[in-house]
Design a protein around this ligand. Sequence first.
Ligand code: FAD
Length: 555
Amino acid sequence: MGFAMLSPSYEGNGNMAAPQNQIEADFVIVGAGSAGCALAARLSEDPATRVILIEAGGDDTNRWIHIPLGFGKTFADPSVNWCYETEPDVGAAGRKVFWPRGKVLGGSSSINGMVYIRGQAEDFDHWRQLGCTGWSFADVLPYFKRAEHQVRGADEFHGTGGPLCVSDVPDHHPICEAFIAGAMALGYERNDDFNGARQDGVGYHQTTTRNGRRCSTAVGYLRPVMQRPNLRVVTEALSERIELAGRRATGIVFSRHGETWTARAGREVILCSGAVNSPQLLMLSGIGPQEPLSGFGIPVVHALPGVGQSLQDHYSAPIKLKARLPITVNDVMLSNVRKVQEGLKYYLFRNGALATISSPAALFIRTRPELASPDVKISISPFSADRPQDGLHKWSGFTTIAYQLRPESRGEIRLKSANPADPPAMIPNYLSEETDRRAIVDGLKTARQILAGPHLAPFIASEYLPGPAVQSDEELLDYARQRGGTVYHPTSTCKMGIDPMAVVGPDLRVHGIAGLRVADASVMPTVVSGNTNAATIMIGEKCADLVREDLRAAA
Ligand SMILES: Cc1cc2nc3c(=O)[nH]c(=O)nc-3n(C[C@H](O)[C@H](O)[C@H](O)COP(=O)(O)OP(=O)(O)OC[C@H]3O[C@@H](n4cnc5c(N)ncnc54)[C@H](O)[C@@H]3O)c2cc1C
């Protein structure tokens, strides 16, 4: 059960839709993830504003959530993870690609790789150019800063005192050091702040951790405000549809422990259910592309063709190395003595193998000289696995991965059934555009160049994947299709904008429906050039201000 639950006064004993199965607030938020926790915490700062936050998952008590290396343990754990998979995707050689998403307080911020990257200033300026007034880099920077507690201190780009703690990686692993030196030897500049003046170059990531423990949005935003009497968090509650009175959202119908409940919203319903489930909920409620909804017998309330469309994701391809020295995280996991040593080290100093995030260091490159900003990211991890959900290799290994930052391929989320408990179809269409195919091949080639240099050579026994037989561009592309995967950044399925495929406007209100907004990764007009958690939290922060401006205007 969640660390807050339905208060006893709200516990009903009736069955379907009995009056006692109703709760009410000014705002009903669906999804306690990266955006939802930030939004709920900000809106409930005003004691006069009553907020209900509905979350399908449970409390974040699983201890692996809070230990950085525990990322591997929650990666495919259905008790905290939706464990989705895509439809067979032609771009991924016909494979279904595993899509973990958080199903727990904190959402995907409770199971993600903890890399803190905002994207490029150019991303947000591009959003503004697409018609999203108020979303240029200058507009959104204050929200990134407001969210942040930067352990290095405040400056032009960073804030302190915010709920999201941003820390440096505690250890400089020799393999990461060699990767950085190897990239610099090829002419790439050192960059100690990818979220500063420029993203280009090589260096260590910063992380969403505090004192060596994960700082999810549940930890940073929600826990400190859980006792507010005007905030009610309802866990283990699956939202099934938006309750509508004509074209106005009036609440959310959800099921909890076999009972059906309604959460009525005096002012607004705000979907923060993520890039898979926000479009699903809209479609289940009759808001979306007309034909498929009718096909499932769902009455169309408002035909909005862009719902579920414009899906973007970062598709990556790995290079996996067998290591020459027993210094990788794999080696720690192979030895009981070392596991105990590392456990103690973590307990005492909050560093060592257990404090390792998904990829401690990275290089941002421009694969073509005419580009205005990096288009490919190559990151390094001092461990290796065939599939993360199967555990680390039983031999000493490490990994680099390359992915294109601004994919041009577009996919979609479609309903598979009218049952809210069934996952929708995820159709990413990976590598369907030539730019994307070329970029991933160029990324793999640059990674190999670094690996072939003198800095990493002492650490490499052999290239395990793709292996020396894979050399030509065609072979590398085929390998990327066969063995690549997502870096878990689906976005844009309820994209913000003013074009016919936009689902929300720059005020995050759903076009054509009153009292309804979406605020999560699904509203990004285009995926940001990097990891998506920070930008999603920024969206939650900004949504709170948009709502408060409207409240002030109405007062
Ligand atoms: C394995 C993994 C690794 C990642 N690594 C990184 C990283 O290192 N750095 C980074 O920046 N980004 C990373 N990301 C991406 C980042 O975490 C996400 O983009 C971000 O968390 C998305 O936030 P969101 O608010 O859109 O959705 P989420 O955080 O996923 O929140 C949605 C919430 O809504 C709930 N929900 C969904 N449907 C319903 C329903 N019907 N009823 C009630 N509740 C519902 C879900 O359970 C969930 O809690 C990673 C993601 C994953 C999965």
